[in-house]
Design a protein around this ligand. Structure first.
Ligand code: ADP
Length: 254
């Protein structure tokens, strides 16, 4: 069987402070189709803080660490419950895997994380992975789920890592700032021009922007794993990618 890692950004999952159940339900039905077509799936999901903040009465993402940790803790529960319900409705079990950077930086814990994820996937479970934002403070953070998705892809020896974003792929510049930005359908080498094109996030809930996505694609290229950045609003992107269709920007390792 092949393995696909899918990273979902906060801006795709949470809209006006509400978790998008329709998105998770569409993801679940794609997961079922992929499983039947011989793919294992691992989801790296953001959205815990964005989901928890309004429930705790914050109008926007709080600035202090303890409030962020509280939002993450509350939001993660709601998020995991939504994945559990929607995936179970199509006959799939999910599991929750919260990691910190230490879990992949030390050899023994790296191997434990790898063994646990591999076993879950072999059992037909769809692990939902996130950074443990309740206990991970700055010094011990991956920092963004783009980097986490790249490391998880290496852990499970993925065949493909798909980032579902609020944008349909990589452009020569941030298209919300530069009207002349052109779409790049395929990248074979991450050179200075590609890195220079990538800017920060201009959305309010996104965190990494394009630069962390490019860095994570570079890790994946080095590891020989193909990756794709495409829009979460695309029609059945995962199923189409599994069928070899061109969707979004492909980063093809040598
Ligand atoms: P997510 O929440 O999906 O991780 P982000 O908001 O963090 O999404 O990152 C995607 C955003 O990065 C885009 O919406 C866009 O504003 C910005 N961006 C910066 N540079 C580029 C570029 N060269 N091509 C595409 N998007 C870019």
């Amino acid at each position: 069987r092949k393995t696909m890692v899918v990273k979902i950004g906060s801006s795709t999952l949470v809209e006006d402070g509400e978790l998008r159940r329709d998105f998770i339900s569409a993801l679940a039905s794609q997961a079922r189709d992929l499983c039947e077509a011989g793919w294992n799936l691992v989801v790296v999901s953001s959205g815990a803080i964005a989901c928890g903040a309004p429930l705790l009465g914050f109008e926007r993402r709080p600035a202090d660490m303890p409030s962020l940790q509280a939002c993450a803790s509350v939001g993660q529960c709601v998020l995991s419950a939504a994945y559990d319900e929607e995936f179970r409705a199509v006959g799939l079990l999910t599991s929750l895997v919260l990691l910190t950077r230490g879990d992949t930086a030390r050899r023994t814990s790296y191997l434990h994380a790898r063994d646990a994820l591999t076993r879950l996937v072999d059992l037909g479970v769809v692990p939902i992975v996130n950074e443990n934002d309740t206990t991970a403070v700055d010094e011990i953070k991956f920092g963004d789920n783009d980097t986490l998705a790249a490391l998880v892809s290496c852990l499970v020896s993925a065949d493909l890592c798909v980032t579902l974003s609020d944008i349909d792929g990589l452009y020569t510049a941030n298209p919300s700032l530069d009207p002349n930005a052109e779409f790049i359908p395929r990248v074979d080498k991450i050179d200075a021009a590609i890195i220079g094109s990538a800017g920060d996030s201009t959305t309010t809930v996104g965190t990494g922007g394009m630069i962390t996505k490019i860095r994570s694609c570079r890790i994946l290229m080095t590891a020989g794993i193909e990756s794709v950045i495409c829009s979460g609003a695309e029609e059945l992107p995962l199923v189409r990618l599994a069928n070899g269709e061109q969707v979004g920007t492909r980063f093809v390792p040598p």
